[in-house]
Design a protein around this ligand. Structure first.
Ligand code: PLP
Length: 380
């Protein structure tokens, strides 16, 4: 589809890679930037950790803040969204009987995190059943709103869901929660670099996103945004030098979360190079073209499998999940990989088996045609 961009990635040419969604794929210039930072670190480790890193992290947060529209001092880096959400959830003051509301589309690791935390605090973890297939925003909102009570203290929502690969229309939930004084925490793991993200406009209290997925950065870069007035409540997972710091920096929030002991933070410093890469190749346009391709392929699947529309077209970004008429996921997935060289996830979610394909700049029409004909052949 974008043959000029295929050579910007390291992907094995023998594999049809339709799983950008799980772990992303790093673009060459951004990876090269990582190696430059790592070399700099090893050339003079003391200078790097004592002088360079904090200033460079600041520049990196500024580039990210510009990209997702929020103040850079309200952002801290985390290796992944699960760690960021754990820092938040473990800090919350929940009392017995308080309610945390999420949905059945929650990412599995975070489902476990919230269950653990609510069990420990004797709070109730409630999962609204958002139907899939889904036809309208109204259906989504009703499924959430009917669970809001005067005990609801937190609403935790995926912005783009993992298993069902849909963009939840979260704006009205955030607005409603604000009126009711309910904390909103948004899991935007799939969002940055995938669909436009404007943190200030969205106005959630807390937002986490991964950069190593759709921003094509090296692995291990995610961020946590917390509104200024809430930052004092979000304690670090690891208590280190930034806690009761002898040399306080710009804010406790940054002191607490930025320094977590000696570790390689070089990847965090690649964000300016990543933003430059995405702008250079007009990533919004790339995303739109991938989205058209996602919808066309989804329509081909609907015709082939004679299934109903899983969701409205504008709920899809660069991924879609298609229900398959099979009872076992692993055999199907392995057959796609071994026989057809197609890397795509096939998994059980609730009662059905789904295939979730992702489309990125390096994919071609031919990749998608091969997926469609392989699925048809295996099912026949
Ligand atoms: C919706 C969603 N949330 C969070 C994550 C983050 O996962 P991890 O922290 O394991 O990298 C993912 C990863 O795929 C995801 O799809």
């Amino acid at each position: 589809m974008f043959p000029n961009l295929k050579n910007q990635f390291f992907l094995d040419p023998d594999i049809i890679f339709l799983n950008h969604g799980s772990f992303g794929a790093c673009a060459r210039p951004i990876y090269e930037n990582l190696l430059e930072w790592q070399s700099k670190l090893e050339e003079e480790p003391v200078k790097f950790f004592e002088n360079t890193i904090i200033n460079e992290l600041k520049k990196s947060r500024m580039a990210l803040g510009n990209y997702i529209n929020c103040p850079s001092e309200d952002l801290v880096y985390f290796p992944n969204p699960t760690t960021a959400v754990n820092a938040v959830a473990r800090s919350l003051k929940l009392s017995p009987g308080d309610e945390v509301l999420s949905t059945n589309h929650i990412y599995g690791a975070l489902d476990r995190s919230w269950k653990y935390i609510c069990d420990n605090k004797k709070a109730n973890f409630i999962k609204a059943q958002v139907p899939f297939p889904i036809e309208s925003k109204q259906e989504f909102l009703e499924s959430i709103f009917k669970h809001i009570t005067n005990k609801t203290k937190v609403i935790f929502l995926s912005h783009i869901t993992s298993m069902t690969a849909i963009i939840f229309p979260i704006e009205e939930v955030i607005k409603f929660a604000k009126e009711k004084n309910i904390l909103t925490i948004i899991d935007g793991a799939h969002v940055p670099g995938h669909i436009p993200l404007d943190i200030m406009k969205l106005d959630a209290d807390i937002y986490t996103g991964a950069c190593h997925k759709w921003m094509c950065t090296p692995k291990g870069i995610s961020f946590l945004y917390v509104k200024k007035e809430l930052q004092k409540n979000i304690h670090p997972l690891v208590i280190s030098w930034g806690w009761e710091s002898d040399n306080p920096g710009q804010s406790k929030f940054l002191d607490w979360h930025e320094w977590q002991g000696t570790r390689d933070m070089s990847a965090y410093l690649t964000i300016p190079a990543a933003v430059e890469f995405l702008n250079k190749y007009n990533w919004l346009e790339v995303g739109k073209r991938c989205q058209d391709q996602v919808i066309r392929t989804r329509n081909d699947f609907i015709d082939m499998l004679n299934i109903s529309l899983p969701c409205p077209d504008n709920w899809l970004g660069q991924m879609a999940s298609i229900p398959l008429p099979i009872g076992e996921a692993d055999l199907f997935k392995n057959s796609l990989l071994e026989k057809y060289k197609i890397q795509v996830p096939v998994f059980k979610w609730e009662e059905n088996i789904y295939l979730r394909y992702s489309i990125q700049a390096y994919n071609t029409n031919d990749d998608l045609n091969k997926l469609l004909s392989a699925v048809k052949e295996i099912l026949s």
